[in-house]
Design a protein around this ligand. Structure first.
Ligand code: S3P
Length: 166
């Protein structure tokens, strides 16, 4: 019955943590962005291009409601998922929500190295990305803070802790 739902900003390591946890516990893992892409037969970028952010958020909301009905699963969400509609309240009803928390500098470092295409960052210079992360994180923090658990991305014992939430 237990469901673990990982949230946090882009680049926090939600997918990496979810995958590793799935390997160790045997619980199936769903990354919401990947689920959206396979259900819609389009990449996240193509969905942003075709429907704008507003259209993407509706699709994300609808498919969150599909994936968070599966039982005994680990789900990692997109960075914006908890911040639209009543998604964070729904997630809290459906499982153990975990906010993977990182500082803007750490997030920026991870995002610089990552290969994932992130439509919200595409048109920005490195300096603009840095400022954007600071501003957007401040706006999103109140939603992330509603998670039942918060884990600091820099702490090595996270992995053991999160297993106790199942
Ligand atoms: C977004 C984060 C992305 C993806 C989309 C929008 C956001 O997921 O859902 O590009 O608004 O923060 P990741 O957090 O997995 O990069």
């Amino acid at each position: 019955m237990g469901r673990i739902i990982i949230i946090g900003y882009m680049g926090a390591g939600k997918t990496t943590l979810g995958k590793a946890l799935s390997r160790e516990t045997g619980m199936p893992f769903y990354d919401l962005d990947w689920y959206i892409e396979s259900r819609m037969h389009k990449t996240v970028k193509e969905l942003f291009d075709a429907h704008g952010e507003e259209g993407f958020r509706k699709i994300e909301h609808n498919l969150l409601h599909e994936v968070a009905e599966f039982e005994h699963v680990i789900i990692s969400c997109g960075g914006g998922t908890p911040c639209f509609f009543d998604n964070i309240d729904y997630m809290n009803q459906q499982g153990e929500t975990v906010y993977l928390k990182a500082t803007p500098d750490v997030l920026h470092g991870h995002l610089k190295m990552g290969r994932t295409v992130r439509p919200l960052l595409l048109d920005k210079t490195p300096d603009e990305v840095k400022a954007f992360i600071h501003e957007q994180l401040a706006l999103r923090e109140p939603f992330y803070a509603k998670a039942k658990h918060t884990l600091d991305v820099n702490l090595m014992d996270n992995y053991e802790k999160i297993k106790t939430y199942v």
